[in-house]
Design a protein around this ligand. Structure first.
Ligand code: ADP
Ligand code: ASP
Ligand code: MG
Length: 412
């Protein structure tokens, strides 16, 4: 008998019928004798609906009130799922984050979990109940409701699994595992039997939203066995593992991630003197705008072009700040482009292979795609390209690195 934490995403609890189907699945595990803690998201579309309501009142809703609002989505699904379980003869009890006492810091809309009180959950489990917990939410020390950022129910699932030292955390979603790239974009994408935490963290942070980044970091840190599975069809899913699989030759590239959420800003003709980078970026960070890629290059005229990317939502704000900074620095011009996309190849196998970047750039050039920015780490290479070429680039790279399903029919 195992203790399993099962998390069901928005699509999986999107209708009453689907909630009933989730209850059947949970009950099957319970009937096999396992202890089950379930974490649920809001019904699909609900969190977006709530955010839109808030934005109908103010452009930048007060974060504390935003959390009170968006956390309601998950309160609906915990109650409905618990009712469905009870109706099917499976004792269950629902808990909000605050009722469990999932304590977080005070960073509203992007809070971090600090501690979890297991007492209520342990008592219910020992009394034979399924425990149903609202994902995505917690409370700070003062009792204010907080939320964990979009996709945060994954993190609730993993954090509960870590706190309870569960045997496995199962993330049930609308695809049957982690694929070489988003299967909704590339139809030859292939399900991976396993992927390392390290690769999954890169994939998630470079745009593959199948798991929230923090949930993977958490699982890696506390060594929580983590599996991504389909809510709708039975199958082995994808296991996120600590180690590379010693029995298999590691592919050079395990997956391709992409992100359409960024925008690019360039200050042209900045004098090449010490302190420029910080004078450009400090006002941006003071405005709470996160910067992702940065490229700086000194031209023959001893002037620097300084380019960086920000989240697309911050583009106008960042451009306005940069225009002021550029003036004070005597720079020539500020340019911006919010129709860009970032495409990244990820794989721990890159560490031991040369020529990966060359192959990536050759594949893009064969498709006639211009590379605007490049950044690399040990296990990933990212490029910024025009957004209109995104799908073409991902498909081309997917074939170039032998990831297509038909070429790998054995699944190796
Ligand atoms: P949930 O509501 O269950 O949390 P999400 O929409 O957050 O589901 O995540 C599942 C989605 O992630 C899939 O529908 C798929 O389109 C997308 N996705 C992006 N990259 C990948 C990938 N590499 N493998 C699988 N799914 C991916
Ligand atoms: N309901 C939240 C969201 O849509 C949390 C989650 O689904 O994981 O972001
Ligand atoms: Mg999700």
């Amino acid at each position: 008998m195992a203790l399993i934490v099962q998390k069901f995403g928005g699509t999986s609890v999107g209708t009453i019928e689907r909630i009933e189907a989730v209850a059947d699945k949970v009950k099957r595990f319970r009937d096999e004798g396992h202890d089950i803690v379930v974490v649920v998201s809001a019904m699909s579309g609900e969190t977006n609906r709530l955010i839109a309501l808030a934005k109908g009142i103010m452009d930048e809703p007060v974060p504390r009130e935003m959390d009170v609002l968006v956390s309601t989505g998950e309160q609906v699904t915990i109650a409905l799922l618990s009712m469905a379980l009870i109706k099917k003869g499976c004792p269950a009890r629902s808990y909000t984050g605050g009722q469990v006492r999932i304590t977080t810091d005070t960073a509203h809309t992007k809070a971090r979990i600090q501690s979890i009180d297991e007492a209520n959950m342990r008592r219910d489990l020992s009394e034979g109940r399924v425990v149903v917990v609202a994902g995505f939410q917690g409370v700070d020390e003062a009792g204010n409701i907080t939320t964990l950022g979009r996709g945060g129910s994954d993190t609730t699932g993993v954090a509960l699994a870590a706190a309870l030292k569960a045997d496995e955390c199962q993330i049930y979603t609308d695809v049957d595992g982690v694929y070489t790239t988003d299967p909704r974009v590339v139809d030859t994408a292939r399900r991976l039997d396993r992927i390392t935490f390290e690769e999954m963290i890169e994939m998630a942070s470079l745009g593959s939203k199948v798991l929230q980044i923090r949930s993977v970091e958490f699982a890696g840190k506390y060594n929580v066995p983590l599996r991504v599975l389909s809510s709708f069809i039975d199958g082995p899913g994808t296991l996120i593992t600590l180690e590379e699989d010693g029995n298999m030759e590691q592919p050079v590239v395990s997956g391709i991630a992409f992100n359409r959420d960024e925008a690019k800003l360039t200050v042209i003709g900045v004098p090449d003197v010490p302190g420029i980078a910080s004078r450009i970026l400090k006002p941006i960070s003071d405005a709470n705008i996160e910067v992702d890629m940065i490229v700086q290059n000194v031209g023959a005229d001893n002037q620097t072009d300084f380019t960086f990317t920000v989240h697309r939502n911050d583009f106008n704000k960042a451009k306005a700040i940069l225009t002021e900074v550029a003036e004070s620095l005597g720079a020539r011009e500020v340019r911006g482009d919010n129709k860009i996309a970032k495409v990244s190849i990820v794989g721990v196998g890159m560490r031991s292979h040369a020529g990966v970047a060359t192959k990536m750039f050759a594949s893009l050039s064969e498709e006639g795609i211009n590379i605007q920015m490049i950044s690399t780490s040990e296990i990933k290479i990212s490029v910024v390209i025009a957004e209109k070429y995104l799908e073409l680039a991902v498909r081309g790279l997917h074939s170039a690195f032998d990831l297509d399903a038909d070429k790998n029919a054995t699944g190796v």
